[in-house]
Design a protein around this ligand. Structure first.
Ligand code: ADP
Length: 334
């Protein structure tokens, strides 16, 4: 979270909640996932059963939580929200599950980080809508079966590859979230600007859209930082020059790369000659957690054609060298 562009500020979380799209119709982009999801929901509605469990996979800030809430809203169901790291003990999950009413949506964010005992309990709950609660320890331990109301699990993950096979297999549908196009982000920004009462012109909007790393959360965050700048240093209007000046202050470059993105590329190129280098070594070089580098920075650097993941490690492409203003070595990956 903290590694996303333009430093989160106090109050950002509240604003983020306010900006969340509430209906499928307000949800911009992701045409594939939306169409697939609509079919899953509609057919369940026709058959009068809770829909299959849904896994949403993709980098942070692409709308997985928003979509989970929309699924519940479309079903007219209540949503219970938890996360993988919060489910440390199987008992934590048992408590969540036993509180579900029929048809509820259970949202588990960062589901790849769920602890093993809770994960094993989840298998049975997803498949048979029951759990076995173990009471006591050692030879005297007994397992008490508990019924769980039929529910729909929506899991979100930034690393579907880190999910165990048995867990992945129990989802009836996986939606792979994609980065947004600048045009789609333009719509996100237009909607947010209207909700937040920010005056921004077409050119200013397009500029933010191009510099948001394909990510609505970043687009909304940059829009708010631009508003701060416009109010303090200009006349409140987010025109193109105002947007450019504001993004300069916040260290967001023409491609939307932020300081951490550029540090990662810089270390790869300057300290490791362009690679290949392992992700943990790279993370140490920039003083970050490997998971942050891997899940927050790399997906967009790969998509922007700056970094390649190879079996031997990460390598910088010629475009990365050029972006840093350096001449690529003659054998750099194109
Ligand atoms: P994730 O769960 O994937 O990290 P969120 O659902 O929390 O992402 O989305 C982050 C923010 O980005 C939301 O508060 C919302 O304002 C905005 N957002 C995400 N996806 C969309 C979208 N498709 N349309 C409009 N706004 C979106």
């Amino acid at each position: 979270e903290a590694a996303l562009s333009a430093f989160p500020q106090a109050g950002d979380r509240e604003v983020e909640t306010a900006l969340r799209p509430k209906k499928l119709g307000d949800f911009v982009g992701q045409p594939r996932v939306r169409e697939q999801l609509e079919l899953v929901l509609e057919s369940a509605r026709k058959r009068g059963v809770p829909p299959d469990h849904v896994l949403l996979s993709g980098p942070p800030g692409l709308g997985k939580t928003s979509l989970a809430m929309i699924v519940a809203a479309e079903l007219g169901a209540a949503i219970r929200i938890t996360s993988g790291p919060a489910l440390e003990r199987a008992g934590d999950l048992a408590a969540m599950l036993s509180n579900l009413a029929e048809g509820d949506v259970l949202f588990i964010d960062e589901i790849h980080r769920i602890a093993r005992p809770a994960e094993e309990m989840l298998y049975l709950a997803m498949e048979d809508f029951r759990v076995d609660v173990v009471v006591g320890k050692g030879p005297g331990a007994t397992s008490i079966p508990l019924e769980v109301a039929p529910f729909t699990l929506v899991g979100a993950t930034t690393r579907s590859g880190a999910l165990t096979g048995p867990l992945r297999d129990r989802f009836g549908f996986t939606g792979q979230m994609e980065f947004y196009t600048p045009g789609e982000l333009g719509h996100v920004i237009e909607r947010s600007a209207a909700l937040l009462d920010i005056t921004i012109d077409d050119a200013g909007r397009a500029e933010i859209a191009h510099r948001s790393r394909g990510t609505p959360r970043i687009a909304n965050r940059l829009l708010r930082r631009v508003r701060d700048y416009a109010e303090v240093r200009a006349d409140g209007q987010a025109t193109l020059p105002v947007v450019r000046a504001a993004l300069e202050v916040y260290d967001v470059d023409e491609l939307g790369l932020d300081r951490l993105d550029r540090e990662v590329l810089g270390a790869l190129v300057r300290s490791f000659g362009g690679g290949p280098v392992g992700v943990s070594t790279l993370a140490v070089a920039v003083g970050e957690e490997p998971t942050t580098v891997e899940e927050v920075c790399e997906p967009y650097l790969v998509r922007a054609g700056m970094l390649a993941r190879t079996p031997r490690g990460r390598i910088a492409t010629a475009a990365a060298w050029e972006h840093l203003g350096l001449a690529p070595p003659s054998d750099a990956a194109g």
